[in-house]
Design a protein around this ligand. Structure first.
Ligand code: MF3
Ligand code: CO
Length: 250
């Protein structure tokens, strides 16, 4: 079932999203060789607590942490751990904020120390592909328009789009209909409507798109060992166009 949101509900989700964005800005300052993803996880939990918010992922379907922290060839749902990050790594920090019952979800890939030129390109193409998808999130367009815009842009740069994980409707719970693949055909799929709140969260691999699941049953990684990046925003579909809820600049 698709839960359409009122303007008031969107406003509350936006407040959750602004807090999430502010937290990402703090994470950006912490990322350096030597820090662990467990330290980042604790930082996020205490930041949210200080601001009267909760980490919605903790306890969700038995997940144990506030954040997902996916390093290098890990695509998504990596567990925070006590191993220090090192120069040349990339790490995707993904989490969902619950502020007084309103949810927002956003992920960002961070470079640790010095990364290669090709990996820098992976990060910027993935981030740009998110905005290509967001431009299509308007009433009357279809889900396939979002996926098509992302896939075309990513593949033109020689990278590939992960097929096994999608964006999703969000609120009242983390994962709701509609599901939003980051690949697809123009004009195909469900029609987007005013009041939908969705995530767009392309996962882009340097090599092949195929993924495999770790034995922990959560963490997905690239089959070919290539690096994978991800950027995610929560977006409201409004009559005035896409409204990015997980930013401090809108
Ligand atoms: N934030 C994730 C997403 O973008 C949801 C992770 S669910 C968890 O879909 F259980 F792994 F936390
Ligand atoms: Co997320």
């Amino acid at each position: 079932m698709i839960h359409l949101k009122t303007e008031r509900e969107i406003q509350l989700m936006r407040e959750a999203g602004q807090l999430l964005a502010a937290c990402h800005q703090e994470i950006a300052k912490l990322i350096r060789p030597g820090i662990t993803t467990m330290e980042i996880d604790r930082f996020v939990e205490s930041f949210l607590d200080k601001h009267g918010a909760k980490p919605e992922q903790k306890g969700y379907k038995g997940y144990s942490y506030a954040t997902c922290a996916s390093i290098n060839d890990e695509i998504c749902h990596g567990f925070p751990r006590n191993e220090p990050l090192k120069s040349g790594d990339i790490v995707t920090i993904d989490f969902v904020v619950n502020l007084h019952g309103a949810l927002a979800d956003s992920a960002w890939t961070y470079a640790v120390g010095e990364i290669s030129e090709r990996v820098k390109t992976l990060l910027s193409v993935t981030e740009q592909s998110l905005y290509k998808g967001i431009e299509q999130a308007i009433p009357g367009n279809r889900v396939g328009d979002i996926g098509h815009a992302i896939q075309t842009y990513v593949e033109a740069h020689g990278f590939s789009v992960v097929r096994d994980f999608t964006g999703h409707g969000i609120g009242p719970s983390i994962h709701e209909e509609p599901f939003i693949p980051h690949f697809g055909e123009k004009g195909k799929g469900l029609r987007l409507k005013e009041g939908m709140v969705i995530t767009i969260e392309p996962m882009v691999n340097m090599g092949q798109w195929q993924s495999k699941m770790d034995r922990n049953g959560w963490t997905a990684r690239t089959v070919d060992g290539s690096y994978s990046a991800q950027y995610e925003h929560t977006i409201a579909i409004t009559k005035n166009g896409p409204l990015i809820l997980t930013t401090t600049d809108q």
